[in-house]
Design a protein around this ligand. Structure first.
Ligand SMILES: NC(=O)c1ccc[n+]([C@@H]2O[C@H](COP(=O)([O-])OP(=O)(O)OC[C@H]3O[C@@H](n4cnc5c(N)ncnc54)[C@H](O)[C@@H]3O)[C@@H](O)[C@H]2O)c1
Length: 237
């Protein structure tokens, strides 16, 4: 696949962390930005870009966002929340399950529903960058609703990639481990994550997984296929 240059990008969750880093790198590359976040005050500092206050869990709001970005050739469905409780499934309150799924999975599905038909209608190459998490590929005991929602995001991204395989629309799935942001005080620099994610999107690659976690994902697959009990995920040394 040819290396893609993006002319107009939509980024959800652009007021902070990974979304802000994606917007920063795209702005530096000369891409026009349409930025979305529930925190509209955080969507500043990107020159002539458009800011749209958007709750990604609201399908109508995502439709309005797509209508505001008819020229988009990159759509970054990135907004997400951890939820209030990262305990065992039965310890997480029903409202927390609902909100985490509404934002993390619903935000991606609403985004695909709003943007994919528009991208296909242009007949031009386009790309969708979906932020899941390592927590969508490896299961930790204290994952709360977050882990299940990110596994669902991985499945939806694979469904999208398979369905769009013979179209000019590509899909990239970002699965970082810890990243320094409002969500985590420790981890990688979000700008480095943005660089890696955008390089993969431009090259038409699918999953972006931290190198040291690749072996664990294979081991998990082997455990699942063999009937072995789940084991605590661990990175390669
Ligand atoms: N930080 C990490 O360690 C880490 C690791 C793996 C994956 N991720 C994922 O990366 C994505 C970005 O997270 P981050 O680390 O930059 O966190 P962050 O909290 O710094 O940024 C998330 C942004 O999403 C916005 N947001 C929250 N709910 C929203 C909604 N309903 N509609 C629109 N915007 C909303 C927030 O206002 C915030 O600006 C998330 O999907 C997260 O799950 C984060």
């Amino acid at each position: 696949m040819a290396f893609m240059h993006f002319t107009t990008a939509v980024v959800t969750g652009a007021a902070s962390g990974i979304g802000k880093a994606l917007a920063t790198r795209l702005h530096e590359a000369g891409t026009r930005l349409v930025l979305a976040d529930i925190d509209a005050d955080g969507l500043t500092g990107f020159g002539a870009g458009t800011a749209v206050r958007t709750d990604v869990s609201d399908a109508a709001a995502m439709e309005a966002l797509a209508a505001a970005a008819p020229d988009a050739d990159l759509v970054c469905l990135n907004a997400g929340i951890v939820g209030k409780d990262l305990g065992a499934p039965w310890e997480v309150a029903p409202e927390d399950w609902d909100r985490v799924f509404a934002v993390n999975l619903g935000g991606v599905v609403n985004g695909l529903r709003a943007f994919v038909p528009r991208l296909l209608a242009t007949g031009r190459p386009g790309h969708i960058l979906i932020t899941a998490s390592l927590a969508g590929l490896a299961t930790f005991p204290a994952g709360g609703a977050y882990a299940a929602s990110k596994h669902a995001v991985v499945a939806v991204a694979e469904q999208a990639a398979l369905t769009l395989a013979d179209t000019p629309i590509g899909v990239t799935l970002l699965c970082p481990a810890l990243v320094r942001s409002a969500m985590s005080p420790e981890g990688e620099d979000p700008l480095d994550i943005a660089d890696t994610a955008l390089a993969a999107a431009r090259a038409g690659e699918f999953a972006v997984v931290p190198k040291e976690w690749g072996g664990e994902i294979v081991r998990r697959g082997r455990r699942l296929a063999s009937g072995a009990q789940p084991a605590m995920p661990a990175p390669d040394m």
